[in-house]
Every structure is written in C-alpha cells, then in structure tokens.
Design a binder for this molecule. Structure first.
Ligand SMILES: Nc1ncnc2c1ncn2[C@@H]1O[C@H](COP(=O)(O)OP(=O)(O)O)[C@@H](O)[C@H]1O
Ligand SMILES: [Mg+2]
Length: 472
C-alpha cells in the first residue's frame, strides 16, 4: 500500500532550525538532508551557545539532545514559546522515550515530540509536518483552523500577533467562496494573501488570474477583463478571451481596484451580480464561474465619499475584509523576513552555507526603519546586500545596508512623540527609576503595545523586553 503523505517531497522551506547536539553528527546525512529539504540549520554544542542563537535570530524549530538540556534552557524555550507560539521543540533521546516522557514534567510542558536516535532526517521532517498539522503543545488559544494556516506558513512568514489576527479568518474566508477585499499599503503582502486564499479554497485546482487595474491604460482594461469579438474594432482580427473567462472555475485577482475607471466599475458590478460577461463587441452573454478577490492600497471608503469609487460596488466587494498592517507596525516580523530574504538571495547566488548573518546592530537598524515599501522594500534591500556584500564577510553590518535605505531620516529617538503627555520627575530621582517610569508611561501611552513603545523609546523590541524582564 502506498502512503500518500510519504510520497510528497518533504518541505522545510522558510524554517530555521537550531540543533543542540554534541555528539559528532553525520553532517552529510542528517543536517545535509534537512538543508536539502529547504531548512536553514544552525548548530550549537552547548546551551550557552544555543541561548545566544535564540537571542539573536528567529528560530522556528529547535531540536536538542536531552542530556544537554538544563533548566535554564527549558526556561528559554518556555519564553520563546510564549513569545512565538509556533516554535517547535523536539528532544533527541538516546533510547526508549516512554520513560523520559513520564519522568520530566517541566520538559513535558514545552516539548512537541521526541526524536529517537539514530537521527533520520526524513522521519524527523515527517514528524514536523505532523506537528504543524495539529495545535501546539500547551497553547489552548490556537483555534482548530490553525492547521490550514500552517499549510501556507512556510511561504508566508510572520510571527507578529498583528499578522496572526489579520489572517485568523483566512481559512474561513477561503472556504466561503465570497468576494474578498484586501487592503494594506503597497508591499504588505496583499497578492500573497490572495494567492493563499485561492490555494486554501475549493477552487485551488482552477486558475489564479491576477490583473493590475492600475497598470493598464483605461482604454485597454475593458478588453483585458472581458475580451473582445472578432471585428469589435479596427485591428481585432480574431476573438480574444478576457481575464474573466480565463479565470473560469478559479479566482480572479483585481489588484489596485481603486484605480478602476468609474464606467468600468458599473460593468464590474453587473458581472458580479449576474455572473455572466459580454465580450467587447459581443451580444451573447457568456456565463462565468469566478471568485473575485480585490486589493487596494488606498482607502476605498474615502474614495467613495470623494466620489471616485462607486458605493454599490464598494459594498459588493467589501463582503469579507482583510487588512494587512504595515511592516513598521509589526516589528517582530522584520528580522524573520530579513533573514529569510537574505538567505534566499545567498542560496540563489549559489553561495555555500553557512551564510553571513545579520549583526544585532543591523537588526536594530532594520527594526526602526519605516519601510514605506513594506515587505517588498525589505526584500529588495536584502537582495542588494547579498549581491554586494564583500566575499569574505561573515556578518552584515549597518554600513553594508545604510546606502540602500532610501529614507535617511530615521525617527529621532531624542524627540518626544507629537502630543505626548509630559511626565514630571523630581530632581534626585535615581536613573534606574527614571528609566522604569519612562518605560511604564510609554507603555501606557501605547496601550501596552511593546513594539510601538520600543519605537518611541528608540530601542529595539528585544532591548525593551530585556529591560522589562530585569524589572520583574
Ligand atoms: N509575510 C510574508 N512572508 C514572505 N514573503 C512576503 C510576505 N509578505 C510579502 N512578501 C513578499 O513581498 C513581496 C510583495 O508582496 P505582495 O503580495 O506583492 O504585496 P502587495 O500586493 O501588498 O503590494 C512579494 O515578493 C511577496 O512574496
Ligand atoms: Mg501588489
């Protein structure tokens, strides 16, 4: 009997894996195989080294030899999981794990599964895939829809709660077949969301057809969308199908819907209501079974009140809504994405791992940059960095990046935020108390949002967290 799951090529793309192991590993078997499945593997030989790695970069999967694990490390895993509930933690055991499993309570609360030696990359990867398909250990807040999101996660990277909540309705939306409106600044991942909805929907075997309404001259959009009949205009020598017909039984992605001319908005609304189209110059209705997903970088509600967008079409599109927050409002995602794009660029250039890593000053810089072009801009910057980094460099420092950042003005940490309330600090207050007070007031100001507080304070999120932990 053939097993469906095992026939699929194992896939660990987009995952960074920390391996804590001291025994000599067969690198060309276990580690090498994991790499060939797409994972980035970082090796540590003691807990101190592992903790430093975890502090420095985002790790999705941790596999540690049981005999190396100490309390401090378990505590670190607990913190990591509290912060990033998707983190997977595996214990590598020498023998019969049943005994281990029942004997270590603290470990049991954080471990996702046990791997028995000898290490087998394929078996391990299947295990990861299985774990990804079910709610994580000790996290009851994860909903039953989580496995579906996990399916797209290797390609869609995030760890911020802002993205998590923005995408929480995605599986339900995908299943529904309704029209969706995706809003968000340029480069925030609107098209990626549209593709994910398609992939997770019952139409996934049909086509996904994107069209950018802003990039096509007004005179041509109609023909692009609906096609034309032979002889419809001078030069129309033969009949041509439009995007609506091409997308039959699939999904049509109308990007930058706000740029669609008003006259065409009327026609689009009719198509959505009647589910049939007329080619330009054609008289016979052609039935189409198409799901429409629209995206906009502008505020459509405002466009409606300005008379630039039809209200009826707006309500017809706005049945289901996903809003993607700008990257600067989800600082936790920045280093994750930066490392991903950098590694991908190195891999595409054919460089041999281990790849150069981002220094902590660089991460600090990236986390404070405003990223008006969002994820797309971050990707482009990382690609340029990878291409032009001096060959011997082991780390990426701010000087390698600064010239690629278009906005040279970083938010100045010395300026208080506009309209900020003032706090009074009596002379003679110890410096430590001032810091504590300032942090507390800033957090009040941001309603407890740590990312925003860190930006206002001019420190990295990591630094703020460290300070908060010290204060406890
Ligand atoms: N969360 C993410 N994880 C991985 N790649 C992303 C993510 N968000 C955006 N991207 C990538 O950034 C680029 C811009 O995304 P895109 O969906 O085209 O943005 P938009 O349509 O909002 O302008 C694409 O290459 C996309 O794959
Ligand atoms: Mg786009």
């Amino acid at each position: 009997m053939r097993n469906q799951v095992s026939d699929k090529k194992p896939d660990l793309k987009g995952f960074s894996l920390l391996l804590l192991e001291d025994a000599p590993l067969p690198p060309d078997t276990f580690e090498g195989a994991l790499r060939s499945f797409g994972a980035r593997v970082i090796h540590a030989s003691d807990t101190g080294e592992a903790i430093r790695v975890l502090a420095r970069e985002h790790i999705g999967i941790i596999a540690a030899s049981l005999h190396l694990v100490d309390e401090r490390f378990i505590e670190m895993i607990r913190e990591q999981k509290a912060r990033y509930p998707d983190t997977l933690f595996y214990l590598i055991t020498e023998q019969d794990y049943d005994r281990v499993e029942t004997s270590l309570d603290a470990v049991n609360q954080v471990v996702d599964d046990y791997i028995q030696k000898p290490l087998d990359a394929l078996r391990f990867t299947r295990m990861v895939e299985t774990t990804l398909g079910r709610p994580r250990t000790g996290n009851t807040s994860l909903s039953v829809v989580e496995p579906l999101v996990a399916k797209i996660k290797p390609y869609f990277l995030f760890r911020s709660s802002a993205m998590r909540s923005a995408l929480s309705s995605l599986p339900g939306i995908a299943a529904s077949g309704q029209t969706v409106l995706i809003s968000g600044e340029t480069g925030t991942g609107k098209e990626l969301v549209a593709r994910s909805i398609h992939v997770l929907s019952p139409r996934s075997s049909g086509p996904f057809v994107p069209i950018n309404c802003g990039a096509i001259p007004e005179s041509l959009i109609e023909g692009e969308l609906f096609g034309h009949e032979k002889g419809a205009f001078t030069g129309a020598h033969r009949t041509r199908k439009g995007k609506f017909e091409t997308a039959h039984n699939g999904t049509l992605f109308l990007d930058e819907i706000g740029d669609m001319p008003l006259t065409l908005q009327v026609r689009l609304l009719r198509v959505l209501e009647e589910k049939k189209i007329y080619r330009v110059g054609g008289e016979n209705p052609i039935p189409v079974n198409v799901r429409v997903i629209a995206a906009t970088r502008i505020d459509l509600a405002k466009a409606v009140s300005d008379g630039l967008f039809r209200e009826d079409l707006y309500y017809r599109l706005n049945v289901l809504r996903i809003h993607l927050p700008p990257l600067r409002e989800r600082i936790e995602d920045i280093s994750l994405l930066a490392v991903h794009f950098l590694d991908r660029a190195f891999a595409e250039m054919g460089r041999i791992p281990p790849y150069p890593v981002l220094s902590s000053e660089t991460i600090y810089l990236l986390e404070r940059y405003p990223w008006r072009g969002n994820v797309r801009e971050l990707r482009n910057v990382m690609t340029r960095v990878a291409t032009l980094l001096p060959p011997g460099a082991k780390q990426v420092f701010p000087q390698h990046i600064l010239s690629y950042l278009e906005e040279t003005e970083m938010p100045a940490p010395s300026l208080p935020p506009q309209g900020a309330s003032l706090i009074t600090i009596p002379l003679g207050t110890p410096l430590g108390t001032v810091e504590e007070l300032l942090i507390r007031e800033t957090l009040k100001h941001t309603n407890g949002n740590r990312s925003r507080a860190a930006r206002l304070l001019g420190v990295s999120l990591r630094t703020l967290r460290r300070k908060l932990n010290q204060k406890k």
